[in-house]
Design a protein around this ligand. Structure first.
Ligand code: GCB
Length: 705
């Protein structure tokens, strides 16, 4: 019927059509490239404050998982089609259906919990894991439903009943998604894909001296609210003398004339207010008998907030915190921070803290030391821990993971850091224990970094104007000036071998060497004079509390030894000798907090010869530090590094570290090292003398005696 040529033409057209269908739209794309690009990401809905004080159902427990190191479960584009990937939680319904994954009957992981310590083969795993579980909902039309994640490290994509619902970046802050329209009455399925991979563009980057455990590391819950509800609220003591309190709420929508009631029963406060057109309401009250929160009296008030028949319960402490000159004032009184730094790891489990008890074990160690303060490094810790700090009476430094070198030029990194900062503050602004928001740790000085960090400082103040902003500075000046002091001493000592003097002169270069000689000849430099180390990092000018990380007694010697050609042992000895003569200060007249100092020690290793890694050496560093810090008038507190040995991929030294950073005062299993007792004696002594000073005399005669 058709000619041979006609058949050929039809066949060719058919092949071309198929080819067009297969490759259309894919000129620029890789086969099986993810169809979920950053441009398509749906952002979480604004953060709901205090979900645990509302109507919630826990989604903790075992979740089904699929390990996906090649991201194959993400929606992909192939053959001109967009394939939904594992979000769909597809079930094969017959023997002829090809579905190459299955959540049902898969392996399980506990949520909350990191994957690294739940399965040996996932210990070093950083790529993608898919989580899935079912949950029942008795859906009510009047209610809104929100999936709340305490944290997912680092990036999470979420789908409900097969529909992609949102993405969150940042491994230590909470987020929630409004899933009202996606839920059905009865059984629902949620799928979460979590990737723990960090890169140059993430905050933090992959370069961290701590272990970034992956997965759904904190509580997951379904929060149910009316359609109009209180999204956020603040109860703040404005003045410690008048005891004026500000109560403010924000609805989830800009809606006027919505009645809201706030009760603080113990203060006989029962406030009724109505929202303005922005959905905001606020009121002031004066409570002359209010008891102020402090580490000694960590009193919390039961607060109930109510609108539309839905109640929120919270327990809130009342206190003021501010900086005046180089002092930190809690409730108008100078307070000295007797603290410790802590990572979010405990002695009672390997891995990331997941439960309130985990956090409690860490905070209890700091209480045992006689501490009143904890630096929660280097990222926001679990909400449970901060609540416990409220209850146990520990002041908190809360930090975002802007650590070492993030990409200062990348607007994406800045947006990410700002978002983590805002989520941290929003979550915890009602926690009396939190006295400062830290915008980062050891960020090296440059113009780009300064404008990045100033942006964060401004943002912190815009979100919360009631707390000082801080940062832990790397303190380049410490190493430099210590090196200088050691060089001057060596050059002026008759005991220094000529070869060493030569090495130091070579390091200084001919000009500096000549200048130094002149300065010594004119007695402008006195080799025996006290050493004043002043921090001039310009970031110090932008924050309210200047944190400095200094490791005098531990680092520096190893760096200086090859440069000066002086044996490390000798340099360590010199550091110890110099320490009582060193004064640390900042150029800005602000409160100075030693945000880190310390030394490594293997628990149980004792050595009267003071070799490094012994408990004895670590204890000596603590003793000298305590002595040295008495010289600093600006000193407002300290949080040595660190309460407990913690996991770090950066610490491989076998037989000593074995991937643990050993600067803990206790080992990973809780053995107290000698330095623990040194610091305990110091802190308990300080606490006792503070208590004695603040105690009113029994009667007038007592005072005279
Ligand atoms: C630091 C860092 C901290 C490290 C610590 C150390 O300065 O801020 O993250 O773990 O030193 O052990 O060297």
């Amino acid at each position: 019927m058709f000619s041979k040529w006609a058949k050929r033409i039809v066949a060719a057209a058919f092949v071309l059509a198929i080819g067009w269908w297969v490759f259309s739209g894919e000129d620029e794309e890789r086969l099986f490239a993810s169809a979920l690009t950053e441009a398509d990401y749906l952002q979480p809905t604004p953060l709901i404050v205090n979900p645990r004080g509302r109507d919630t159902v826990s989604l903790n427990g075992p979740w089904n998982i699929i390990i996906d190191p090649q991201d194959r479960g993400l929606p992909t584009r192939a053959l001109g089609l967009t394939l939904p990937g594992f979000f769909e939680n597809l079930q094969d319904t017959g023997p002829m259906e090809l579905v190459e994954y299955r959540f049902d009957e898969s392996e399980k992981l506990q949520v909350p919990g990191d994957w690294n310590t739940q399965r040996e083969d996932l210990f070093w795993y950083k790529e993608r894991v898919w989580y899935q579980r079912y949950f029942d909902v008795a859906r009510q039309d009047t209610q809104s439903y929100h999936l709340y994640f305490g944290a997912a490290h680092y990036e999470a994509h979420i789908a409900v009943n097969g529909v992609y619902a949102g993405t969150h970046k940042g491994g230590f802050t909470p987020f929630n998604l409004d899933v009202t329209d996606l839920l059905v009455d009865g059984q629902n399925s949620v799928v979460v894909s979590v990737s723990s991979k960090l890169s140059h563009g993430t905050v933090p980057t992959a370069n961290t001296d701590w272990f970034n455990y992956g997965g759904l590391t904190r509580d997951v819950m379904l929060v149910s609210t009316p359609s109009i509800f209180i999204q956020d609220y603040e109860v703040t003591l404005l003045d410690e003398v008048t005891k004026d309190i500000r109560v403010a709420i924000d609805l989830n929508q800009p809606m006027r004339d919505v009645p809201v009631r706030v009760k603080i029963a113990e203060l006989n406060a029962d406030i009724s207010m109505t929202t303005d057109r922005d959905g905001h309401a606020e009121a002031r009250l004066t409570a002359p008998n209010a008891m102020l929160w402090s580490p000694e009296t960590p009193h919390l008030y039961d607060v109930t907030l109510e609108t539309g028949g839905a109640e929120i319960q919270d327990r809130i402490g009342l206190r003021t915190i501010r900086v005046e000159g180089d002092r930190i004032l809690l409730n108008g009184q100078t307070v000295f921070l007797r603290g410790m730094s802590a990572h979010e790891e405990t002695t009672t489990r390997y891995g990331r803290n997941a439960t309130p008890d985990d956090g409690k074990a860490v905070l209890s160690l700091i209480k045992e030391l006689g501490g009143n303060y904890v630096r929660l490094a280097h990222y926001p810790h679990n909400a449970h821990t901060v609540k416990l700090a409220d209850e146990m009476g520990l002041m908190v430094w809360s930090e975002i993971p802007v650590y070492w070198d993030v990409d200062w030029h990348d607007t994406g990194s800045l947006a990410d850091a700002r978002n983590q900062l805002e989520e941290m503050i929003t979550r915890d602004r009602n926690r009396a224990s939190v006295i400062t928001w830290s915008i980062g740790n050891e960020t090296p000085n440059s113009d780009a970094r300064l404008s990045f960090m100033e942006n964060l400082a401004d943002h912190a103040r815009a979100v919360d104007s009631t707390r000082p902003v801080s940062a832990a500075l790397v303190g380049d000046e410490v190493g430099q000036q210590l090196g200088q002091a050691i060089a001057v001493r060596a050059l002026t000592s008759d005991d220094t071998p000529e070869a060493t003097k030569q090495a130091i002169r070579e390091f200084l270069g001919p000009l500096n060497s000549w200048l130094l000689d002149q300065a010594l000849a004119w007695e402008i430099i006195d080799p025996q004079a006290p050493i004043i180390i002043e921090l001039e990092d310009p970031l110090g000018d932008s924050v309210d509390i200047v944190g400095i990380n200094e490791y005098i007694g531990w680092y520096y010697a190893a760096f200086l030894s090859p440069v000066f050609d002086i044996p490390e042992a000798e340099l360590r000895e010199q550091m110890f000798e110099l320490m009582p003569n060193i004064t640390l200060r900042n150029a800005y007249g602000k409160p100075l907090v030693i945000s880190e100092t310390g030394a490594g020690a293997v628990a149980g290793r004792r050595d009267p010869d003071m070799s490094i890694w012994s408990e004895d050496y670590q204890a000596k560093v603590y003793e000298r530090q305590i002595e040295m810090l008495q010289n600093s008038d600006q000193l407002a507190g300290l949080s040595p590094w660190i309460i407990k040995d913690f996991r770090s991929a950066m610490r491989p030294l076998n037989g000593v570290q074995d991937f643990w950073n050993r600067k803990g005062l206790v080992s990973e299993t809780g053995e107290r090292k000698a330095a623990f007792h040194v610091l305990k004696a110091y802190y308990q002594g300080l606490a006792a003398s503070e208590a004695a000073q603040s105690e009113p005399p029994q009667n007038a005669n007592d005072e005279l005696e």
